[in-house]
Design a protein around this ligand. Sequence first.
Ligand SMILES: CC(C)(COP(=O)(O)OP(=O)(O)OC[C@H]1O[C@@H](n2cnc3c(N)ncnc32)[C@H](O)[C@@H]1OP(=O)(O)O)[C@@H](O)C(=O)NCCC(=O)NCCS
Length: 184
Amino acid sequence: MQEVRSKPEGCGTAAAGYGDRVAILRPVVPDDSREIASLLRENRDFMAPFEPLRDERFFTSEGQRERIEESSSASFAIIFDSAIVGGVTISDLLYGPFRSAKLGYWVAKRLSGRGLATGAVSEAVEIAFGELDLHRLEAGTLVDNVASQRVLEKNRFERIGLARRYLQIAGEWQDHFLYQRTAD
Ligand SMILES: CC(C)(COP(=O)(O)OP(=O)(O)OC[C@H]1O[C@@H](n2cnc3c(N)ncnc32)[C@H](O)[C@@H]1OP(=O)(O)O)[C@@H](O)C(=O)NCCC(=O)NCCS
């Protein structure tokens, strides 16, 4: 996925408008690490119920730089008003007869409810089924994460089931609704 991250032009830079709101995705680069770490610190309490347990290094520029440099995922920053306000990750890419990957996303609390996640996921779907040549995207939400479920449903993901004790979130093995979207 290095190729995707290092090639901003033509890679998710088109605006996806929802009403008068606009979100733009661009590949994350190591020099974003300070801005991302700062945003993560600002949203630490907000994100904690939806995230694996994080160590202190995760919230530092150095920790984020390591993650960006070592990531095998396609990682994108969500840009709004020229600032990074969240992120989208397409991870666990499998090709062969599967051509499937997992989708994750988040938006800073202070900008929630503006359609930014919905627009960002829309762009990510285009990238996944376009230049990444995938056939399927999968996403999972906590069963009570209705906002995230709305984001997926508005992007024509279908709920495919309940996975019990699917993922360790906030230190507990938690049930998730699984969703998928296949290429049209
Ligand atoms: C979930 C999250 C991505 C939503 O981001 P966002 O930019 O606010 O999402 P959008 O504005 O595009 O859409 C949110 C939708 O959820 C709805 N919503 C928000 N809170 C809701 C609630 N408590 N109950 C029902 N619907 C809710 C909004 O009304 C909107 O739907 P609508 O357009 O039909 O009205 C963001 O809150 C977040 O990052 N949360 C923490 C991390 C997380 O949950 N990530 C996803 C992991 S699966």
